[in-house]
Design a protein around this ligand. Structure first.
Ligand code: ATP
Ligand code: MG
Length: 170
């Protein structure tokens, strides 16, 4: 089956959950899934939930604190490790669906470059589906993708001071 490149971006809620939904659908069809989450570390309920699936692998490349402004050395090192791992996963061609969670945000924070993300997209084997999520997708990345969905925020309780809740946002 031919695979495409999908991008979920924008300020509205649903980018990560869209990618997780795809992962579950793919797993249900017996496909092999690899999820690499940039910026995140532990504490995300999806990691626990997805551990019940034999055919979904999840790795995280964060350093605890979500980057605020200038990324730390540790955050950079983690992101580098994740970037190289995703390159290996794409080249290895053993998965049907690969998700670069918050890949756009990693680029926005300079954890790896626009050119590097484009190069990663270039590595996608014909029959693999690649999903890149996160706010601030670059035009070049959207141009290269086959499907781009913008989650447009109409209203979000975040602005009322509601922080990420366990089971709903994390
Ligand atoms: P979900 O994981 O629920 O699908 P998402 O992936 O679309 O959401 P992200 O952009 O990854 O959302 O947002 C991560 C967190 O940032 C949210 O859980 C929320 O707490 C917070 N957030 C939401 N809206 C904003 C905003 N406008 N500005 C800054 N942070 C926000
Ligand atoms: Mg997200």
């Amino acid at each position: 089956m031919k695979g495409y490149i999908q991008v979920y971006t924008g300020n509205g809620k649903g980018k990560t959950t869209a990618s997780l939904g795809l992962a579950i659908r793919a797993a249900g069809a017996g496909l092999k899934v690899f999820i690499g989450q940039f910026l995140k570390q532990e504490d995300y309920s999806e990691i626990k939930a997805l551990s019940v699936f034999d055919n979904i692998t999840v790795e995280q490349y964060g350093a605890g604190e979500f980057v605020k402004g200038v990324p730390s050395k540790e955050e950079k090192a983690q992101a580098r490790k994740g970037y190289l791992k995703l390159c290996e996963v794409l080249k290895g061609n053993k998965h049907d669906l690969v998700i670069a969670e918050e890949g756009n945000v990693a680029v926005a924070y300079g954890l790896f470059s626009e050119e590097e993300l484009l190069a990663l997209m270039e590595l996608k084997p014909e029959n693999m589906e690649l999903v890149i999520t996160g706010r601030k997708a670059l035009q070049s990345v959207m141009d290269k993708a086959d499907l781009v969905t913008e989650m447009r925020e109409i209203k979000h309780y975040y602005h009322q001071g509601v922080a990420a809740r366990v089971g709903i946002e994390k």
